[in-house]
Design a binder for this molecule. Structure first.
Ligand code: ATP
Length: 242
């Protein structure tokens, strides 16, 4: 299967601090890759490099045929192919759920009226919130707001979705409902990279796990690697997580 995302020997520095020290991994179409590791190991930075929220010093990143590290990158085309969801939902409080979801498609695809509403409704159905289309963010729980943020990404019809610790701010019950939505996207064939501390989710849903340590991919393998770690570092990390 062809790779949708390829990182090769990626190096990233913030000033003198080298955060990514030669990171390489691939994500094939329909795969769900969970990126795990200690705080500060470079997970978020690696993810942010994938859709060029950060630039890299050396190595290469290819995403859906875009050379992300190239100065000639068409950023708008990349951002259409890559959806990203963060820990903070970043919904506009003065806009309804429908308006939040259709803001970008209205601008980019010039859709209006019924077409925009259908798009919002379709995306909301995928996250189980079709009945909240006219609500304002403050009328929703944190979990519901995060699901709207996911729907907003889906409305752009991305080829790959990036999730950066999207449940970290939520209590366990709300975390569960967001993870359920992500699991159903995964089962539906969405290509996903998920930075997460939810080990049970990673083991159950991920096609592959990437364990990062000190800015490197330390260990990678299927979900079972969490029950049989090969390295001391992964064993240590897991014993602190559980
Ligand atoms: N914009 C920035 N400027 C300077 N240093 C940064 C910046 N972003 C991240 N860092 C540093 O890079 C290192 C890796 O951060 P990163 O957020 O990628 O780690 P992480 O593994 O995702 O951690 P966490 O699980 O806490 O989010 C940290 O030491 C962090 O302080």
């Amino acid at each position: 299967m062809s790779a949708v995302v390829t990182l090769r020997d990626v190096h990233k520095r913030f000033g003198d601090l080298e955060v990514l020290k030669g990171v390489s991994f691939e994500v094939a179409k329909g795969e769900v890759v969970a990126v795990i590791g200690r705080s500060g190991s470079g997970k978020s930075t690696a993810l942010r490099c994938v859709n060029r929220l950060e630039t890299i010093q050396s190595g290469s990143i290819e995403v859906c045929g875009h050379r992300v590290d190239s100065p000639d990158l068409n950023l708008r085309a990349l951002r259409q192919d890559v959806g990203m969801v963060f820990q903070s939902y970043n919904l506009f409080p003065h806009l309804t759920v429908e308006q939040n979801i259709t803001l970008a498609p209205r601008r980019v695809r010039k859709i209006r009226g019924a077409e925009a509403r259908d798009l919002a409704r379709g995306a909301l159905e995928r996250v189980g919130l079709a009945d909240k289309i006219q609500a304002y963010p403050e009328q929703l729980s944190g979990g519901q707001q995060q699901r709207v943020a996911i729907a907003r990404s889906l409305a752009m019809n991305p080829q790959v979705m990036l999730f950066d610790e999207v449940t970290s701010a939520l209590d366990p019950h709300l975390t569960g409902e967001v993870l359920k939505v992500m699991e159903s996207l995964a089962r539906g064939g969405m290509t996903m990279i998920v930075v997460t501390h939810e080990m049970a989710f990673a083991r159950r849903v991920a096609s592959r796990i990437v364990f990062m340590h000190l800015g490197k991919v330390w260990e990678t393998g299927p979900g079972e690697m969490l029950t049989a770690p090969r390295t001391e570092e992964l064993r240590d990390f897991l014993s602190n997580e559980l």
